[in-house]
Design a protein around this ligand. Structure first.
Ligand code: FMN
Length: 232
């Protein structure tokens, strides 16, 4: 029998993280556990300080996507991963916090999300519009989208899919349901961790600050960004 444990190791004195798979081999006939351990570095992730992020209460998690922003969803299964641009997403439950994403079955990300049971919603700022369109027009089947878009992997707190360091907010989700909706699949994800860039989110996105403006897809090649907070 082989028991596997995945965990993150940090280089001493550095900000490099390595996802490591620790396997222990047990032989069922004798029941003896041999002190044989195998380390496999699954992937390494730079965890630096492009932007300082803070965890936020999960009861507020849905507010990161409440305004219907276009998102970049990362997923990872074994050694395959991708980033998919999605306009079709929504908060779905307040308690526990859940979000729903709509993904076409032909997308490379579709099976990664379905097989891993996890995904990360990354909220790109408007300044990442070009990268967002890139991730929505090429497939992870054809190459590494992080490299293609010039984006940086960052280790997630809970799930194995990476965060996109340049994004301003992140929701780490575990799939709790998968429903076919016509020609798309709805993945319902329970939010397990939520974080935002310090200073850009104070109970809501501070969209009067340029760096906090999210991307909104009007359809086709048309996009817009919110600029003003109005309270009533
Ligand atoms: C602005 C924009 C919004 C998109 N929204 C969705 C969506 O909601 N659902 C979906 O399945 N595909 C959507 N797409 C298409 C996917 O992002 C695209 O097919 C992508 O290349 C799939 O990547 P993958 O094969 O690596 O998963 C969108 C594309 C763009 C540019």
């Amino acid at each position: 029998m082989k028991t596997d444990t995945g965990f993150w190791m940090r280089d001493a004195g550095k900000d490099n993280y390595h996802k490591v798979l620790l396997s222990r081999i047990q032989y069922p006939a004798s029941g003896v556990q041999y002190p044989e351990f195998r380390f496999n570095v699954l992937y390494s992730s730079w965890k630096g300080s492009i932007m300082q992020k803070k965890a936020i209460p999960l009861k507020r998690a849905n507010r990161l996507i409440n305004d219907g922003c276009t998102i970049l969803v990362t997923s990872r299964h074994e050694d395959r991963e991708s980033i998919i641009t999605l306009a079709w997403q929504s908060p779905a439950s307040a308690s526990p916090p859940m979000a729903v994403i709509s993904v076409g079955p032909s997308r490379y990300s579709h099976d990664l999300i379905s097989q891993s049971g996890e995904f990360v919603i990354n909220v790109p700022p408007f300044s990442l519009l070009k990268e967002t369109v890139y991730c929505g027009t090429v497939s992870g089947r054809d190459g590494d989208k992080f490299a293609g878009a010039g984006l940086t992997r960052e280790a997630a707190e809970i799930v194995s899919a990476p965060l996109i360091a340049e994004c301003i907010g992140h929701l780490e989700c575990r799939v709790v349901n998968e429903v076919t909706a016509g020609d798309h699949t709805l993945f319902l994800g329970q939010v397990a961790a939520a974080s935002v860039v310090e200073g850009l989110w104070d109970e809501v996105w501070q969209v009067d600050r340029e760096a906090a403006r999210t991307i909104h897809h009007l359809g086709g090649s048309f996009f817009c960004a919110p600029e003003k907070i109005v309270t009533i």
